[in-house]
Each structure stands twice: as C-alpha cells, then as structure tokens.
Design a protein around this ligand. Sequence first.
Ligand SMILES: [Fe+2]
Length: 201
Amino acid sequence: MPTLTPLLLALADLTETEPRAEARATAAALRAAAASHDFGPEPPSLLDADIRVASGIPGAHTCATHLAEAQAFLPWQASPAASLQPATLAATKAVATLIAPEGPILAPDLRFGLFYQAPGVYYPLHAHEAAETYTILAGSADWQAAGRHFTLAPGDAIHHPPQLPHAMRAGPRGFLAMWRWSGDISFDSYRMLPDPDGTDP
Ligand SMILES: [Fe+2]
C-alpha cells in the first residue's frame, strides 16, 4: 500500500465536504494518489516536534491522527511564499505541499497541502489571486477575513475568494490545517498588506 494512503483518503473525504467543483477535483486527485503515489521518507521539519504535539491536541480531526502517522513522509518546508514574508513568520510555520503543478502529486491547476502555525504566532494580512479554502485539523486559530474576526476549531473551514485580505493568529496550542488553492495558482500576486495588528511589510 502506498505510504500516505490513509491520510490522503481522509483528506479527500474532508475536502469533498466543501460544495465547490474545485474541491471535488482536489478530492479526486487525492484519491487517485492514495491508490498509486508512493511518498518516500523526508528529512524532518525544523518544527517536527511541534507538529507532532499539535496533531495530538484533544479534539483534533481524524486527519490529524493520520498526519502524525505519516509525518516522516510529509515534505514539510517553509512556505512557498516564505521569501515574501517577514523572516520571523517563516520560522514559525510550515507547509507541506501535496498537490501542485510541480508535484509531488501533479495537477496543472490546483494546489493542496498541510499547514502548521506555532502557538500564538500572527500571520499578518495578506492577499493573493488564488481562491483558497483552509480547514482546521487540530488546535484553534483566530481568523480575520473581509474585516470580520472569528475563531476556527477542528472541522471548521473558511473560504477566501480571490484577493480577499486575510490574517490569522494561532491559538495557545497552535494549529494544523489543510488548505487548497484554485483559479490563478501562481504566487505572482501574493503580497503582504499593511496591517495595524501585525508587522507591516
Ligand atoms: Fe491565503
């Protein structure tokens, strides 16, 4: 059985609960890869221990349990947009991209992955052309989108239409999430925005 099968199938089930064609396409790509794509071992993330702790926060979604079991095979790294972000932010969060035009699961028009943000860390206002959905898997986050503030818990999802300014502060135990992009999925339009609550660009 390919290495990430239980995780990819669980992520596909959760992704498919989002009522959008792009979400269904992402779920289909995850299912196809679950049956065929073999992930090799990856060097541990600098935040490996923190990610493992976050996956065990009480109340975590089933996907977080599968994530912990697959941790040694997940390609965690700094965000693909890290060079555009404050340096302190890049060191306190991690992204494992699973679907992208560059792989590891190939798709020309989708991105999908996992996300970790350390306890209390603030990811200031930013925006991009891609449409985006985050779904919390473990922990909690105080979210800001379209000028509204709210708290997200495991199983909660938030959709950002293209160019919607958004920001998030990790809860006291940090958070794990899955995220997906569709539409214009290049990073050309990614930009940090002036943010009275955080670090200005
Ligand atoms: Fe975003």
